[in-house]
Ligand binder design. Sequence first.
Ligand code: GAP
Length: 467
Amino acid sequence: MAKEKKAKTNNIENEHGASMEKIVSLCKRRGFVYPSSEIYGGLSATWDYGPLGSELKNNIQQSWWKAMVRKHDNIVGLDAAIMMHPRTWEASGHVENFSDPLVDCKDCKTRFREDHLEELWKEKGITDGSCPECKGTLTEARQFNLMFTTHMGPVADSGHEIYLRPETAQGIFVNFKNVVDTSPVKVPFGIAQVGKAFRNEITTKNFIFRTCEFEQMEMQYFVKPGNEDEAFEEWKAKRIAWYKEKLGIREDRLRFHQHGPKELAHYAKDAYDIEYQYPFGWQELEGVHSRTDFDLSRHGEYCGKEINYLDPSDNSRYIPYVIETSSGLTRSVLVALMDAYHEETIGVDKKGDPDVRTVLHFHPEIAPVKVAIFPLVKKDGLSEIAKDLEKGLRDDFATFYDQGGAIGRRYRRMDEIGTPFCITVDYDSKEDQTVTLRFRDSMEQVRIPMEGLAERLRKEIRDYKRA
Ligand code: GAP
């Protein structure tokens, strides 16, 4: 039954032919994402990023960093440790509250999140509250803390127990004073961080959507109490615009979802999720939260020294309020892949069947390979010219050189990994120093001079608009 259900959701396609099953298969086949420790049968809750996946993830991270840190003169970066003092998590409330209600089946031993049961029962037409897998008897719900614990040092007793951080945010809060004391920042200002986080999720599903090890891109924006509503609106607008403009995500697949009273954390004043329309439904991609002064106050309380801020503009002293933008980096990789994936019929093949190409319409800024260079044939000095051209572009772009097979097939291989530009060197190139520039999206080809190629590509990337 479990397998059947998984297959059903994995097969759901969006209007461009993207389904989870096809994305997983493409990711494995082309080296974006592999099951973790696959030679031992894999660990379904974690995944490895291959040659193209690590480039894609790095590009998304860099785009975020540029938008948040480089483009704001009042936002600075941080890279805090994953392992933190355990008091951190008492202060933040994670030890007490960071749990999901867990229900076990007494018969087949499957575990469920209690809050997922209603949906599963509905899906399977179960009306007696029994196990959705085997119709067995379910236990009462108990709280299951999502933090992973480990032991620091040689003694495995509770005195040395520490946690793997379940969010990057707390590294920012505990360093608030350090940053204020050592950087020329003044409220309002932000601290940004990208890094790994770990959660012992009861149900990991949908590929890299929900995993036990993942990466976050978080920014805490500190404001004077009273100014939080304005900052909240500002950050909501900036964050959704980043997905559209920099990641190239289609506007109609993004929306805001405001947390209702039941979803809202007890300390939060307001919270919105930026949701994406995955083939399996609308789900969270990023959270934008108005967190009051809860975190700084609690850390002040737990460390024994109030963490506050002396505002030089009016000599007032206060605990700043916080607006948090919390995006999943690994989840953004999934969204970038999902949104870019298109199956397009572009005519008929030799047998008269529809000729379908698979193409990833990545924004060029995040494409793992920006430009591929091909000699039309490898003889008559064409490969030498193409190799020289490719080497000349390496400093500025992620390049790829390929001299094998028919040119049309080489273009298709690049379409499938989302390479926005291909350059072909042919016999005319030897005579007039021109090459063919082929565009991934339109498949249009134009003849351009070799000289100034890097500048031309830079312009194409800068001016890119998704059709
Ligand atoms: N500091 C606030 C915070 O961590 P969250 O809503 O729990 O908020 C923020 O997480 C983002 O992190 C989510 O929107 C999602 O993109 C990502 N995320 C959370 N749990 C995840 C998981 N188990 N696997 C992958 N991404 C996850």
